[in-house]
Design a protein around this ligand. Structure first.
Ligand SMILES: Cc1ncc(COP(=O)(O)O)c(C=O)c1O
Length: 412
């Protein structure tokens, strides 16, 4: 497709106007919204407000908005998830939220010693589960996928009466495969298994049927498509009727029923607040709000529609390559089963990623051989996708990426 045709798609895009509300240099094709979302312009003011409060009100600011921030922002995230305001709270990183939920779920399932996950899950989640299995003397079963997808039947056949917890990434970080949450949740419920979903690659790019599926628990990253900023704390969801049945494995004063009574014995708060532990990072928490507000303003249905159009467009470009050589699509072809990024395998994926980044086409590399392009619908233009795909094709044809000499950085 020509550049003019891509620009025509951008001109017809009802979400195109949102791009100007983010800090993005014009010459950059930023395709890393799946990793660190671009900065919403109001973040400058939001963070400055917190610093001003610190400067002028010091500790008094805790009673002037800081203390309720975890819950207030949790309610905004809940509304985007379509669940109740008191079912979501924001506290620590995704890994810690995930750890807490999986641990609480396992403790609530005495006699069921098995945790089930799959090999599409994010390594940090797997590390947490491995640690949990070790600490609790539980068994971790990792269901193999075909590297891209794992249909519900594959999960069903792995579940037994010994399974206590099913812990999955809703959208896979490598292939972007989206689990059928409603079907999998039903399978688990029939066997009395509690589910924990990692929504990191789903939140902010698609409607998630937590309510429809009567889903048990979830955690999700806010620095990706929600543009919450580097290291933004994650959200944690627990269905209301489960909240008082579950115990936070990391007990601390922010999850106490009355933190400022300074009682010597832990008493869990009622409801979602019991899943907090220590003092939340207020500056980072505050930076989340503008991105979440922009998602709410644009509307999650419209966002998903554009997201599917963007990934479909990228796949069309791939299919139109006269010779893809060793570049293989590593993403489901059905847009309904696909999140908001596209992945390719190639033996030279690292060199290709660095060569593209050197031209301000910001993509990423996931070892050993994956090249990913993430399309945040509020900031990605169709002509950014075209530019990335065109340059990828011309690099593959010329081999020019092979002359790029870069040491592998810590973050790829
Ligand atoms: C699916 C998934 N889960 C968890 C994480 C880790 O999140 P955090 O750094 O907030 O612990 C990531 C990070 O990229 C991720 O992609």
């Amino acid at each position: 497709m020509s550049e003019a045709a891509a620009k025509a798609l951008d001109a017809a895009d009802s979400l195109a106007r949102y791009r100007s509300r983010f800090a993005l240099p014009e010459g950059t094709a930023y395709l890393k919204g799946n990793s660190l979302g671009a900065m919403p312009l109001p973040v400058d003011d939001t963070v400055r407000t917190i610093l001003d409060q610190w400067r002028t009100r010091q500790v008094r600011a805790w009673n002037e908005g800081w203390y309720d921030l975890s819950r207030r922002l949790g309610a905004k995230v809940a509304s985007l998830l379509g669940v109740e305001a008191d079912e979501v709270i924001i506290g620590e990183s995704t890994t810690i939220a995930w750890h807490k939920l999986c641990s609480a779920a396992l403790e609530a399932q005495p006699g069921r010693e098995e945790i089930v996950t799959d090999d599409l899950n994010f390594p940090s989640d797997l590390y947490a589960l491995q640690g949990l299995a070790r600490q609790r003397g539980a068994r971790l079963k990792v269901v193999p996928s075909n590297g891209i997808a794992l249909p519900p039947e594959g999960i069903a056949s792995a579940l037994t009466d010994e399974s206590g917890v099913l812990a999955l990434s809703h959208t896979a970080y490598r292939s972007a495969y989206v689990h059928d949450l409603e079907t999998v949740q039903t399978l688990a419920r029939r066997r009395g298994i509690l589910t924990v979903w990692d929504l990191s690659h789903s939140f902010g790019v698609m409607p998630i049927p937590l309510r429809e599926a009567h889903a048990d628990m979830a955690a999700g990253c806010l620095y990706k498509y929600a543009s919450g900023g580097p290291g933004a704390p994650a959200f944690l969801y627990v269905r209301r009727d489960l909240q008082d049945r579950l115990a936070n494995p990391l007990q601390g004063w922010f999850g106490h029923a009355a933190p400022f009574e300074f009682e010597e014995t832990y008493r869990p708060a009622e409801g979602i607040a019991r899943f907090l532990t220590g003092t939340p990072p207020i500056v980072s928490l505050a930076a989340i709000e503008p991105g979440v507000d922009l998602l709410a303003e644009a509307g999650i249905e419209a966002i998903r529609e554009k997201s599917m159009a963007l990934t479909r467009y990228a796949v069309d470009q791939y299919d139109a390559l006269p010779d893809a050589g060793e570049l293989a699509l590593a993403t489901p072809r059905d847009p309904e089963q696909r999140g908001a990024h596209i992945a390719f395998t190639h033996p030279e994926a690292f060199a290709l990623s660095r060569a593209l980044i050197a031209e301000d086409i910001v993509v990423d590399f996931r070892a050993p051989d994956l090249l990913r392009m993430g399309f945040a619908p509020l900031t990605t233009r169709f002509h950014d996708v075209l530019r990335a795909m065109d340059r990828l094709a011309s690099m593959l044809a010329s081999g020019e990426h092979r002359s790029i000499q870069v040491d592998r950085p810590a973050v790829t």
